[in-house]
Design a binder for this molecule. Structure first.
Ligand code: HEM
Length: 127
């Protein structure tokens, strides 16, 4: 049973846990036919930003905002055609990454649920 008095950041293993998740996630994104073409070949800077963003998103230190200011994540995604199918694909890659790093099922469901809102909110085109 999940301890509800700690942040999601702590529950997923803090910085170390999040690092593993991000490292499991991006290879899946890069291999995905709908997602891979949107990303640069040099994925390391993207991984670092995602690590910083998800750290604060899940209740850890504000690493992303400290460096880049207000996240404005929907605006930052506007240059990319994000369809409903791509939002689902992104969440599916994340789901498999969470499973790969061994998070328990209840925790996986909570994390995915928290990401599902933003993912669908970033949809900006139907094609
Ligand atoms: C809905 C499907 C999504 C797609 C297709 C998508 C795609 C992308 C792409 C193409 C980039 C730019 C990579 C580059 O630097 O060239 C990006 C950046 C980023 N995405 Fe997503 N994304 C999605 C959802 C999300 C979600 C749900 C989150 C977090 C809640 C997220 C967080 C980020 C962050 C933090 C960056 C880096 C922003 C920056 O440049 O500072 N993305 N995404």
């Amino acid at each position: 049973m999940l301890n509800r008095n700690i942040s999601l950041y702590e529950a997923i293993g803090g910085g170390e846990g999040l690092r593993s998740i991000v490292e499991a996630f991006y290879p899946k994104v890069q291999r995905h036919p709908l997602l891979g073409p949107l990303f640069p070949a040099d994925i390391d800077p993207v991984m670092e930003k995602q690590y910083q963003f998800l750290t604060q998103f899940f209740g850890g230190p504000s690493l992303y905002s400290d460096q880049y200011g207000h996240p404005m994540m929907r605006a930052r995604h506007l240059p990319f055609p994000i369809t409903p199918e791509r939002a689902e694909a992104w969440l599916d890659c994340m789901s498999r990454a969470l499973e790969e790093v061994g998070l328990e099922e209840e925790l996986r469901a909570i994390v995915l649920n928290r990401l599902s809102g933003p993912a669908h909110h970033f949809v900006n085109t139907t094609e």
